[in-house]
Design a protein. Structure first.
Length: 141
């Protein structure tokens, strides 16, 4: 039985389609749904100062909040309560770790997102999650 659903979102169309699928499953099963957005840290070799790095991260966090606010709006229109989480670091590692720590039954993830390196068939983050998590994974296009 599915009682907890995790939906990683990055602001891409694929991610919002995954959210829609997750909401559908949540409505059908009564599961609790959580949207997670991972802020990937920029390579510090390109950052000239700590102040600039702090400004970049602050801007990333603001974008994260906007993405998660949109998730809240979409869920609200569907009549589903959704929890939201912001994490920082490598997207796949954070998604896998959070899913295991919080014991999610299902991860619904878009096949491709806004990551740095888009793969032809399956995005690198969704591929890593699929192959390295103990949770069931639903990949949406």
């Amino acid at each position: 039985m599915i009682s907890k659903i995790l939906v990683p979102v990055d602001g891409s169309d694929h991610a919002f389609r995954a959210l829609s699928q997750g909401l559908f499953v949540a409505k059908s099963t009564g599961a609790v749904i959580t949207a997670i957005h991972v802020v990937e840290r920029p390579p510090t070799v390109y950052v000239e100062s700590q102040k600039l790095l702090d400004e970049l991260l602050a801007n990333y966090r603001k974008e994260s909040a906007k993405i998660l606010d949109r998730c809240q709006e979409i869920a609200s229109k569907e009549g589903v309560k959704i929890e939201t989480v912001i994490a920082e670091g490598d997207a796949a590692s954070n998604i896998i770790g959070y899913a295991e720590k919080e014991k999610f039954d299902l991860i619904v993830i878009g096949s491709r997102g806004l990551g740095k390196f888009k793969e032809a068939v399956l995005g690198s983050t969704s591929s890593k999650v699929l192959h390295n998590t103990k949770s069931t994974v639903m990949i949406t296009k």
